[in-house]
Design a protein around this ligand. Sequence first.
Ligand code: BT5
Length: 261
Amino acid sequence: MLNRHRIRAALPIGRFGGGFHFHRTIGSTNDEAVDLARRGAPEGTLVIADEQTTGRGRSGRRWFTPAGAALALSVVLRPGPEWVTGGGLMALGSLALAEALERDGLRPQIKWPNDVLVGGRKLAGVLVEAAWTGRHLDFAVCGIGVNVRPASVPPDQEVDYPATCVEAARGQRVDREDLLLAILTALDRWYSKMGSQEALQALEERLAFVDERVAIRTGSGQEMIGRVLGLAADGRLRLEAADGEVILIGAEGSHLRPLAA
Ligand code: BT5
């Protein structure tokens, strides 16, 4: 069980955790954060659960968060709308995760748009959800799930991409509270720098499959094949199509699959 007192004692971290909601078990921390944001919760409000019973991935997929083994957190954000449509918030979450894991000596890679891999296996994912009034962004919620202990890794037949956890990648026990606080610290640092050259470079340095051929299914169901060039400042992927044209692909609803060389 996560030690809520230790976490509370370290908060707030920058803009995060002034409002702090801890649950031993919950359906989905994103649902709770959306609910709080609707009722006016300020930017930085933090929801954490030790276990999720209906954790969600993108497009209605499931996210497994068994008790005592993982991290599941959601934060309320109120950024400019372009950070949701381009995918910048997903990139922010992935970058913060990657940086926090590097503290533990790991070499994470970001599988655009929202997964973090170590050794080619997924150990964390980001889910951004937003509420709009017309073109006005009311708020966004950035949810982060991390597999920490082996018990958090779903069986192979339950996942669409090979999975692992931080402890397996590190080969030793990991303090979940420390990792959580490191993620919040990195989130706060990069949130202030979103869209900067520094953030773009930090993201591209960690981007998986650069120069490799991938297939992408976009949010509108289009299938594209090309070579990954890098990212645009707003989080869109730069892909070189077979005819040499460079295409920018928005992150919302997009799914990337590496192709054998
Ligand atoms: C994601 O979706 O990777 C986003 C995951 C976000 C989870 C956080 S936890 C806190 C917050 N509250 C929530 O309810 N959600 C967020 P996507 O790219 O759609 O990947 C989902 C797919 O990953 C599933 O279809 C499975 O194949 C696989 N999967 C499910 N649970 C997994 C796990 N624990 N580890 C690795 N892969 C998993």
